[in-house]
Design a protein around this ligand. Structure first.
Ligand code: SAM
Length: 214
């Protein structure tokens, strides 16, 4: 998602108290930043933030961080926070490629990837958020037994993501090729902006929940 450049979005983000600005300095200190030792769950590529805002409201016992690369998109998530503040939710504007410099080993309990950009060209496969390159990075920050949840309506991206698991040393706990028809998995499912849009068009939603092999 890349919205039109919104004038002043960078400045608004720089001034926002909801955004962590010196994120590398927080590495290993996220409990201190939140002021408690609740589990830490992150969404990478959160877009306008509907999913993570809802999760933070429903689960005050968990700390959430929404990560987004583009200021114009992140601004929307910040505006939602101005309407309803949540002490357990913070944002970072960054490229997820740098994630191991922001979270210490084992600091993250769960990672969410929702409707990640497909990067259709083969030469860009390493930029896909569920690629083996990114799984290697997630491996470094997830706690033992931590899991990653990925949803998309893009079948090619989902097939790619499933094929990446074994070579990267991960295994699927759950795989569905039609999330919205699976009553058990739909319990507690929070729809993202893209999920609402594409499921309304009749597209099936694919989802996996994965963990490390070891
Ligand atoms: N998760 C939202 C949803 O499901 O409605 C947004 C999906 S949108 C297709 C993907 C988002 O991921 C975009 O906002 C994009 O800017 C962000 N993104 C893509 N690659 C990223 C990266 N390497 N680091 C951080 N954000 C990224």
């Amino acid at each position: 998602m890349r919205l039109r450049n919104i004038t002043g979005s960078r400045e608004a983000i720089a001034a926002s108290a909801y955004v962590v600005h010196e994120e590398r300095e927080c590495r290993g200190k996220w409990a201190e930043i939140f002021g408690n030792t609740q589990p830490l769950h992150i969404e990478i590529g959160m877009g306008k933030g509907k999913f993570i805002h809802t999760m933070a409201r429903l689960h005050p016992e968990i700390n959430y961080i929404g990560i987004e690369k583009y200021s114009s998109v992140l601004l929307r998530a910040i505006q939602k926070m101005e309407e309803e503040e949540k002490p357990n939710l913070k944002f970072i504007r960054m490229d997820a490629e740098e994630i191991t410099q922001v979270f210490a080993p084992g600091e993250v309990g769960r990672i969410y990837l929702n409707f990640s950009d497909p990067w259709p060209k083969d030469r860009h496969a390493g930029r896909r958020l569920p690629s083996r390159q990114f799984l290697g990075r997630y491996d470094k920050i997830l706690e033992a037994g931590g899991q990653l949840e990925f949803k998309t309506d893009n079948r090619e991206l989902f097939d790619f993501a499933v094929e990446e698991l074994a070579p990267a040393g991960w295994k699927a706990r759950v795989i569905t090729y039609d999330l919205h028809k699976d009553a058990a998995l739909m319990e507690g499912n929070i729809m993202t902006e893209y999920e609402e849009k594409f499921s309304a068009l009749g597209n099936p939603i694919y989802k996996y929940i994965i963990c490390r092999e070891k």
